[in-house]
Ligand binder design. Structure first.
Ligand code: HEM
Length: 135
């Protein structure tokens, strides 16, 4: 049986490390994006949000689907409805994820797969029309 992206990445601990690196980079380099998230008293992206994203990614990459068992279908676009996702936020999200994947030295086939899937789903999350070009 071919390995899942979850297995190729290295399992739960690696997914957790990716999520930690992702939000840490976001907090450091993308303050406007970090500010959209729930934060704890210290101003860090809320640990509950980090946990849910790690659970979601585990299932989404072909690992155990604990997110769906606990929270139901992700309905990602609906869950992002309270957030304005425009081109700038999409790109900020992707820069944070790219930096996290670089930091963990994820390369090869699984990296190519993840880059393509993340680019696709981040674009799908856009829910704000861009300003019309100046007349
Ligand atoms: C494209 C730009 C994106 C923006 C601006 C964005 C922003 C956010 C925000 C503000 C939250 C709420 C967290 C909170 O309330 O603390 C959230 C949650 C979440 N996002 Fe995104 N997101 C983006 C893309 C994505 C993508 C591409 C994925 C999946 C690959 C994703 C998966 C999730 C998940 C699973 C949650 C947690 C939902 C839950 O609470 O159960 N997001 N996102």
């Amino acid at each position: 049986m071919p390995a899942t992206p979850f297995e190729l990445l290295g399992g739960r601990d690696r997914v957790r490390a990716l999520v930690t690196a992702f939000y840490d980079r976001m907090e450091q380099d993308e303050p406007a994006l970090a500010a959209l998230h729930r934060r704890d008293a210290a101003g860090r992206v809320d640990p509950g949000s980090r946990d849910r994203f790690a659970l979601f990614l585990t299932g989404w990459l072909g690992g155990p689907d604990d997110y769906v068992a606990q929270f139901g279908h992700p309905r990602l676009r609906m869950r992002h409805g309270r957030v304005r996702v425009d081109l700038a936020m999409r790109d900020a999200w992707l820069r944070s994820m790219t930096a996290a994947l670089d930091q963990l030295a994820v390369t090869g086939e699984v990296r190519a797969y993840l880059d393509a899937r993340f680019a696709e789903v981040a674009d799908f999350m856009r829910n704000a029309p861009e300003a019309a070009p100046e007349e």
